[in-house]
Design a protein. Structure first.
Length: 215
């Protein structure tokens, strides 16, 4: 990628970024006014992609879920949206939700629409989100990963310095430290999994003390 602004410029000023194929995007923090933007982006996901990201058949987002995904505090819950500079359409989002039992840990997910995958956008989103997380005192990311086949398990095995903290039927929760600068090789490999739709979006019922015991 070229013309990489700082994380501060990315998320507060919407500084433009040129991706490796020459396309230009802008990143900014998500806001409560993004409800329609979120719904339009959701409509561009296939039923399979929706299932992979929410672990349920999801023909549409409920009003409660839309509120949860857009009305965020930018401290315990952060979302960074990527916009096509030419059209203003939402083309990707990276999100973390802090674990209330372990305030230095947050669950993370990155979603990029199919047409924009393979251009470096997911890496850009994850790098910017890592910077925001570090600024808010978060030192490790967890991710709930769909381990649907042997290829996926091989990728998980190659992630390097990560800790597998929980296993459920069809899923694996992994934990990895956030490096001081930029995404680590492990985070980049996690991104490759996310780009295939195998990382589940963090939701409130998986990050409350009642529903997620500390490892």
């Amino acid at each position: 990628m070229a013309l990489m602004p700082s994380t501060l410029e990315l998320v507060t000023r919407g500084a433009p970024v040129t991706l490796r194929d020459g396309s230009r995007v802008r990143l900014r923090q998500g806001h409560s006014s993004d409800k329609e933007l979120l719904l339009r982006g959701f409509e561009r996901l296939s039923p399979e992609s929706r299932y992979q990201r929410f672990l349920a058949a999801m023909p549409k987002l409920s009003p409660e879920m839309v509120r949860y995904l857009t009305e965020i505090d930018h401290h315990d819950h952060e979302a960074l949206a990527a916009l096509d500079e030419q059209t203003g359409d939402g083309i990707g989002v990276a999100r973390y939700v802090r674990n209330p039992q372990r305030p230095d840990v947050a669950e993370v997910a990155v979603t990029v629409i199919d047409a924009w995958q393979g251009r470096g956008l997911g890496t850009l989103l994850l790098e910017a989100l890592s910077g925001r997380a570090r600024a808010e005192g978060i030192t490790s990311f967890t991710a709930l990963v769909l381990a649907a086949n042997q290829e996926m398990m091989a990728v998980l095995a190659a992630l390097g310095p990560v800790q597998i903290v929980d296993r459920e039927l069809g899923t694996v929760e992994i934990e990895m430290p956030i490096p001081e600068t930029g995404p680590s090789p492990a985070l980049r490999k996690l991104l490759s999994i996310a780009a295939r739709g195998h990382v589940v979006v963090p939701l409130e019922d998986r990050t409350t003390p009642q529903s997620r015991p500390a490892p």
